[in-house]
Design a protein around this ligand. Structure first.
Ligand SMILES: CC(C)(COP(=O)(O)OP(=O)(O)OC[C@H]1O[C@@H](n2cnc3c(N)ncnc32)[C@H](O)[C@@H]1OP(=O)(O)O)[C@@H](O)C(=O)NCCC(=O)NCCS
Length: 361
């Protein structure tokens, strides 16, 4: 059921196709960058050279994290999930800048600042947890390259930088998914940008949404051996367990983003984990696709992050690093013709009951 109109993204669930502003995801993943895709999603057209240079420069200039935020990161409990920490970090940043957003320009101004900072927050949290010194952002690196640089303290290999860039492109946007809806719902009340993003983070954290990327890798580790895949799969079905990284509300065919992630997982991923995933994929496609359950975006991506040595609990934050760009595009589009989102629930309870004083119940 359609609940509104948008010109940002088209998901063809039957055909297994995805377009951002009319451009196919395959072409964007092949030729574009996260910075350019963000520009495209926000402003509706691919930028000229000068426009892209200026946009990338603005993003790079906004990377520095306030000292107070680093103190907050340090105070967070060590066992807290990075998505929870990110929720707090974004909420904290909102206190410096909590003007309501009324126009798309307001949204983009705040968006550029937050999109730029999220990778640094994630990398800094990782380094604090590892007991490593924090790394300052560099303006001369790409968005993806700077993230890996701040995480590992050295420039990443080109193949890793490109794989991360493509991951951010693939995660950037997906129409009215649960987290985008949460962002739009809060934004439609003319609340502030950060409150809307915090709502999105809460929704994305769940394992039925972005959190599945972490669970998929845990599932490959649990299987442990390519020879065990078949037994594990049929046991999982018998015990009504869900295969993580499979199934989708809209795609009833193989997710086009997963095909691209698979290529990078094959190039960069651990061979054994890749083989486990490939055997499991064959079984999913053979036994579950007739029910409309196919491999989705979260199946292969974690294999790439795992090979880079990023701890599993950080994977959803990488999803978020990409998706915040789509959230921002939708918020800007929606509030340019804002109407409070107020769905109704069909009431199925009783009415007309009489109040009975407590001593007579
Ligand atoms: C994403 C998801 C919530 C969509 O679910 P949905 O559209 O509501 O589909 P339903 O939960 O109604 O499931 C329909 C049928 O497919 C089965 N199914 C759905 N996803 C499945 C999975 N990942 N593994 C095994 N079976 C699955 C259900 O058990 C159900 O079977 P039944 O009709 O025999 O009872 C679901 O596929 C899921 O939980 N996937 C795993 C988590 C995940 O990867 N999330 C990331 C999404 S991008």
């Amino acid at each position: 059921m359609y609940v509104g109109e948008s010109s940002i993204c088209y998901v063809d669930g039957k055909g297994g196709k995805l377009y951002y502003r009319g451009y196919s995801i395959e072409e964007l993943a092949e030729f574009s960058t996260f910075e350019e895709v963000t520009y495209l999603l926000w402003y509706g057209e691919l930028p000229s050279k000068g426009e892209l240079r200026e946009f990338s420069r603005k993003l790079a200039k906004n990377r520095e994290l306030p000292k107070e935020l680093l103190d907050v990161l340090e105070m967070m409990p060590k066992h807290a999930h990075p998505m929870g920490v990110l929720r707090t970090a974004v909420s904290f940043l909102g206190n410096f800048d909590d003007e309501p957003v009324k126009t798309p320009e307001d949204v983009y101004e705040k968006g550029i600042s937050l999109v730029a900072k999220i990778p640094g927050i994630v990398a800094s949290l990782y380094r604090l947890r590892m007991g490593l010194e924090l790394v300052k952002p560099r303006e001369d690196l790409s968005h993806a390259g700077n993230f890996l640089y701040m995480m590992f303290g050295k420039e990443p290999p080109k193949s890793w930088e490109r794989a991360m860039d493509v991951a951010l492109i693939l995660y950037a946007e997906h129409e009215l998914n649960a987290s985008t809806f949460a962002v739009m719902e809060v934004g439609s009340t003319l609340s502030d940008y950060y409150s809307a993003v915090v709502a999105g983070i809460g929704a994305l954290k769940g394992i039925l949404h972005g959190g599945a990327v972490e669970e998929a890798v845990r599932q490959f580790l649990e299987i442990g051996d390519p020879e065990r895949v078949e037994e594990w799969f049929f046991n999982a079905l018998k015990n009504k367990r869900r295969i993580m990284g499979a199934g989708h509300r809209v795609y009833k065919t193989y997710d086009p983003r997963a095909k691209i992630f698979k290529k990078y997982a094959r190039m960069i991923g651990d061979k054994r984990m890749y083989e486990i995933a490939e055997r499991l994929e064959t079984l999913v496609q053979k036994h579950l696709s007739k029910k409309g359950v196919n491999i989705n975006v979260d199946y292969w991506s974690g294999i790439i992050f795992y090979a880079m040595g990023i701890p599993i609990e950080f994977y959803t934050t990488i999803f978020l690093m990409g998706r915040i760009s789509g959230w921002t595009a939708h918020l800007a589009e929606y509030i340019s013709n804002n109407k409070l989102i107020r769905p109704r629930l069909q009431y199925i309870g009783e009415i007309g009951k009489r109040y009975i004083p407590i001593e007579r119940r």
